[in-house]
Design a protein around this ligand. Structure first.
Ligand code: DX5
Ligand code: ZN
Length: 235
């Protein structure tokens, strides 16, 4: 089943499914990355989440724009690129040219996040802002009126397979409240430790897009894994 991405104010919200499931390829088998992406697309994924780490902002190294370029032609799904990189403005053009649909930068990683986010949008790519579990939403207040995605980290960024930090849901609820009151367009995305055990509380707090690495790629049957995340959350 290929997800239908219906247009909303953000242009990326899949109303057909009522929520967005974004498998994180960090937990995929990189020796078969193309097959893994095709498999989660067939299994009902809505976005493909690509974790980019520089070994500086986070204590781990992963992949960059050349890999995004290679996977671009093999999937119709939006490529949701999460840049855990110091001074991400250095790489924005590379990711855009490689075919990224959403570029999310960390508020903590750049001097002028507003400028970087506006630059991404000026090139017709969706712009997301992310914060670590310890960062308050005060820090991103000035960009909420125009960003496309707010990515709340529910683990310390750097690795898959960590335990969900439920405390961050207070920030999600406050964001959801601001979004409703002020008619903002951003999608609230959550990343880290999402499973059938944690997705219910995340959905209740107001999350709309759910990144899941281990809860999908470490399972035998991806369609079953995605279906049970969705069904549990929508129950
Ligand atoms: C962590 C990454 C996450 C990670 C999620 O820094 O941003 O996207 O892959 O993996 P799980 O779902 O296993 O916590
Ligand atoms: Zn991520």
């Amino acid at each position: 089943m290929v997800s239908k991405i219906t247009k909303s104010r953000s242009g990326l919200y899949d109303q057909e499914h009522g929520m967005i499931i974004a498998p994180s390829v960090l937990s995929a088998d990189f020796s078969r990355l193309g097959e893994e992406i095709a498999a989660v697309e067939k299994a009902g994924a809505d976005w493909i989440h690509v974790d980019v780490m520089d070994g500086q902002f986070v204590p781990n190294l992963t992949i960059g724009a050349p890999v995004v370029r290679c996977i671009r032609p093999i999937t119709k799904l939006p490529l949701d690129c999460h840049l855990m990189v110091v001074n991400p403005e250095r790489f924005i053009d590379d990711f855009i040219n490689a075919g990224a649909d959403i570029i999310t930068i960390h508020q903590e990683a750049c001097k002028n996040p507003e400028q970087v986010l506006r630059e991404i949008q000026s090139k017709n790519v969706k712009a997301g802002v992310s914060i670590r579990p310890q960062t308050s939403i005060e820090a991103i207040k000035s960009v909420l009126s125009f960003v496309d995605v707010v990515l709340i980290m529910s683990v310390n960024p750097g690795f898959g397979g960590q335990e969900f930090m439920a405390d961050v849901l207070e920030k999600v609820a406050a964001l959801k409240d601001a979004k409703t009151r002020l008619n903002y367009k951003f999608i609230i995305e959550i990343d880290g430790g999402i499973s059938t055990k944690t997705i219910v509380a995340a959905k209740k707090s107001g999350c709309e897009a759910f990144v899941a690495g281990s809860a999908i790629f470490k399972k035998e049957n991806y369609a079953e894994a995605i279906r049970s995340l969705r069904e549990t959350a929508l129950k």
